[in-house]
Write a new protein. Structure first.
Length: 272
């Protein structure tokens, strides 16, 4: 059996966590990543029958029963993941009844998955219904997106429209727009359920005055999606207090979407 510390999925999660920390998105123990793995991927490095311990997940995820995940740990710092993955990451299988995480590796100091695990797994369930290839859910605190929460109306269409106007690529990268939630208590099933409901239509969901959730097929795709949202929010925050001389019009956004053949939220454009 191969050494799990050489597993591509582990190395990619660790590298992604380092990049997110380096960009200032994940201070202290902020942020979490979950990555859906296949049994074949796991079996190269771990014995699926060798369960170290069982952890209560606090909700029922029956549709994910038997599925494998690598997930960042509760209270862990992204800056430490690359140097010490065994303490900061865990690989587990969802139990047959969907209520427990069967730990196969990691969390070696007695730790457990992120406290946002319900929001992650509920989001996985929602996205898998829309896209069976969805494997990643990523929660992070990108600075300018968070700042924008305090000066912009927290509305799906209005927030999306402002972001689409900031960079030419935005309507192409996230044509389905952004889902936006008001401030809610984190670490609860309630915020997980609200996030999952938004995830049925959007791959990025903003948690008001907190951060964002992003979903995608790969870590690269999900990271790039959030990165694009954050760039647009940065441009917005750098220009919001200045007179706007130029802008990307709704007609131009429609032209972009039509040229790149993306299915965009037409109801999020106003001036056609």
């Amino acid at each position: 059996m191969k050494n799990i510390l050489t597993a591509p999925f582990l190395l990619e999660v660790a590298k992604t966590a380092s990049n997110m920390y380096r960009l200032g998105w994940d201070e202290r123990n902020g942020g979490n990543i979950s990555y859906l793995l296949t049994e074949a991927e796991v079996a190269e490095y771990l014995d699926p029958s060798a369960v170290i311990r069982t952890l209560d997940m606090g909700f029922e995820a029956k549709t994910l029963a038997g599925k494998y995940f690598i997930v960042t740990g509760s209270g862990k710092y992204f800056k430490n993941v690359e140097d010490d993955p065994a303490h900061n990451l865990g690989v587990f299988r969802v139990s047959r009844d969907g209520t427990k995480a069967e730990l196969l590796w990691g969390y070696c100091d007695g730790g457990r998955p992120t406290s946002e695990l319900p929001a992650h797994l509920m989001s996985h369930m929602a996205r898998l219904e829309v896209d069976p290839e969805n494997r990643v859910v990523m929660h992070t605190h990108p600075t300018y997106t968070l700042a924008m929460n305090f000066v912009h109306e927290l509305d799906d269409a209005k927030f999306t429209h402002s972001l689409w106007q900031m960079c030419t690529e935005c309507i192409v990268v996230f044509p389905e727009g952004i889902g936006v939630l008001p401030w809610m208590l984190c670490g609860t099933n309630s915020i997980g359920q609200a996030t999952a409901e938004k995830m049925k239509q959007h791959r990025v969901v903003i948690w008001g005055m907190h951060g964002v959730y992003g979903a995608g097929k790969t870590l690269d795709e999900t990271f790039g999606l959030i990165e694009t949202v954050e760039k647009a929010a940065q441009v917005y925050m750098l220009t919001a207090h200045l007179p706007r001389v130029n802008t990307i019009t709704d007609a131009q956004m429609q032209e972009l979407a039509d040229f790149f053949q993306v299915d965009y939220r037409k109801d999020f454009l106003y001036d056609l």
